[in-house]
Design a protein around this ligand. Structure first.
Ligand code: HQG
Length: 187
């Protein structure tokens, strides 16, 4: 199902509130990034049915809902939080596949091959499980995308810790340039 433009706007607003600026909706995230669903509905002035459509149908399953032991339903963003928001997703370490991918605008390439992949404003470097997904991530910012292959298996063997978000994005703290290679240019 394709989201309406209103639903896309709502999804973007939810990303902003649940990842970057909860205070713009008068909300505070708990230590693991959760906020009561009822509080989010009230803060955004939307109904539960509308929220459920956006959670179920947004293209990357960005949001997760869970009921706590207290019976309260809570929602969070599954990945992508800003470093300025003190959130620990509390994901278990996971063994990555031998190779992961990262799509980025070509203009970043020189700097990345020099300094490695850095989390920049987020908590983690975000890596994709396949090349088409990496291309889509890079295309958010530029039509001229380079896909880097990340030697994730070798990094894990060297002690780098990886996590897999609930929606399948691989997360790690940094990727040294020695473990990067250009997989594909001009996709
Ligand atoms: C780049 C989306 C120069 C990096 C996606 C990227 C993802 C460097 C940008 C999630 C660098 C940061 C995250 C260095 C990294 N020199 N540039 N040393 N190190 N960069 O948005 O990975 O759609 O913070 O290549 O699907 O693009 O929002 O990271 O271009 O999962 O749900 O610095 O966001 O999810 O950009 O995307 P970002 P990202 P959503």
């Amino acid at each position: 199902m394709t989201l309406t433009s209103r639903q896309v706007r709502l999804s973007r607003r939810m990303s902003l509130v649940l990842r970057h600026r909860p205070e713009t909706a008068g909300l505070t995230l708990d230590a693991n990034g959760w906020v009561p669903v009822a509080d989010l509905l009230a803060a955004l002035g939307i109904g539960r049915a509308e929220l459920d459509v956006v959670v179920a149908e947004n293209d990357k399953s960005r949001f997760a809902i869970t009921a706590g032991p207290d019976g309260v339903e809570r929602i969070r963003a599954s990945q992508g939080h800003s470093r300025r928001v003190a959130v620990d997703l509390d994901l278990p370490p996971a063994t990555p596949p031998e190779e992961l991918y990262h799509g980025t605008p070509r203009q970043n390439l020189e700097s990345i091959l020099r300094d490695g992949l850095r989390p920049r404003s987020r908590h983690h470097v975000h890596l994709s499980a396949d090349v088409p997904t990496a291309i889509r991530v890079g295309r958010r910012r530029s039509a001229d995308v380079v896909v880097l292959a990340v030697a994730a298996g070798a990094l894990a063997a060297e002690g780098h810790v990886f996590h897999r978000s609930e929606n399948g994005v691989w997360l790690t703290s940094v990727v040294p340039s020695a473990r990067l290679s250009v997989k594909r240019t001009n996709p």
